[in-house]
Design a protein around this ligand. Structure first.
Ligand code: PMP
Length: 348
């Protein structure tokens, strides 16, 4: 049975979190002399002389409306990369605990584990890029705290079978992290709706992909109130700056525009797949539920270098196990995709 107290990192169990001026007094006042800010103003037009809301209430309120999740179940990070780091710092004892990764998958899980001195146990995806549940079960021990599942998966692009993720949620006593950075492009449903069902589920999403806000650095974690409380205790006090909060709020009014971009991206992805299929150095194109495609080729390095010379950058993923020969190509604008295909036609 999952019990949050059993998986909390020892030093976090009794942590007294930093209490900022804005934590201690949350009402409205006319004179603020509590936070050693510059009382005269900021050199910019906005009130940047003031510290931002540490718990980003307004942004969370809007996200809560969009996602159908109460504010208390939302954590915001400086990108979802920060949420990943906070999970390690909240739940994994350095030098003692381990996490399970299912490569090929997003690289930051391993880097973040290494930074935090947490051992990683790797159980490769199958040839179909699905979970090896038996292999995972064999690797789980009493110090396994987190399992990271990326769905749709980066760099392979496919979604992970929902039933398999639920099997993990039902049988693992630690936390299953489902990273849905690319969920807006997917045919699959989000796991957010399962939060009421599973107390050991953390869903990660981000404003960096479909929302077109990679530069703002705003990522989300959705989880039980208890898990979110721990993450808030561990995060730096003002991890989302004032301008990112304001701009995120403004952007979150544009659901329609984002939905149009998603439709256009999916149409472009299908078109790109058809054009790539015609090239004789393309061996395989893996089915994608994301805004990128993994393309197996006869000469990944040659193609990569050729494209770089022409000013086009894709990602060479050919050194990664199970991705041999493959390039990862992000879907661009119609004009960019056309340039890519026209250029590739000249590769020999
Ligand atoms: N998860 C996955 C699967 C990603 O591909 C990325 C970005 N490459 C991230 C998380 C990090 O996103 P953010 O910009 O929110 O830190």
């Amino acid at each position: 049975m999952f019990n949050l107290n059993n998986i909390l990192r020892e030093n976090i169990k009794n942590l007294t979190p930093y209490s900022s001026a804005r934590d201690e007094f949350q009402g409205e006042a006319s004179v603020y002399l509590d936070a050693n800010e510059n009382a005269f103003g900021s050199p910019l037009d906005e009130p940047y002389n003031r510290y931002p809301d540490p718990l980003q209430y307004n942004v969370k309120k809007r996200l809560s409306e969009i996602k159908g999740v109460p504010v208390r179940n939302i954590f915001l990070g400086n990108g979802s990369d920060e949420a990943i780091d906070i999970l390690f710092r909240s739940f994994c004892n350095p030098g003692v605990d381990n996490v399970i990764l299912v490569p090929p998958t997003y690289g930051m899980y391993e880097v973040s584990a290494n930074i935090n001195d947490i051992k990683t146990k790797k159980v490769s995806l199958t040839e179909e890029f699905q979970l090896n549940l038996e292999g995972i079960a064999e690797e789980i021990d009493q110090n396994t705290k987190l399992i990271f599942i990326c769905s749709p998966n980066n760099p392979t692009g496919n979604s992970i079978n929902r039933d398999d993720v639920e099997t993990l949620l039902n049988n693992f006593d630690g936390i299953v992290v489902v990273d849905e950075a690319y969920i807006n492009f997917s045919r699959q449903k989000t796991f957010i709706q399962e939060l009421t069902e599973y107390s050991n589920l953390v869903v990660l999403q981000t404003l960096s992909k479909a929302w077109g806000l990679a530069g703002l650095r705003v990522g989300m974690a959705f989880a039980s109130e208890e898990i979110i409380e721990v993450m808030n205790k561990v995060k730096p006090p003002y991890n989302i700056n004032e301008s990112s909060q304001q701009l995120a709020l403004k952007a979150l009014a544009n659901v329609e525009q984002v939905n149009n971009w998603i439709k256009e991206t999916l149409a472009q992805r299908d078109k790109l797949v058809l054009s790539l299929k015609d090239l004789d150095f393309v061996l395989d194109i893996y089915p994608s539920d994301a805004n990128f495609i993994l393309v197996k080729t006869t000469d990944p390095k040659g193609i990569y270098n050729f494209l770089v010379q022409k000013g086009i950058i894709v990602r060479d993923r050919s050194k990664i196990d199970l991705c041999e020969g493959s390039l990862r190509i992000t879907v661009g604008t119609p004009a960019e995709n056309e340039i890519l295909i026209d250029t590739l036609k000249n590769f020999k």
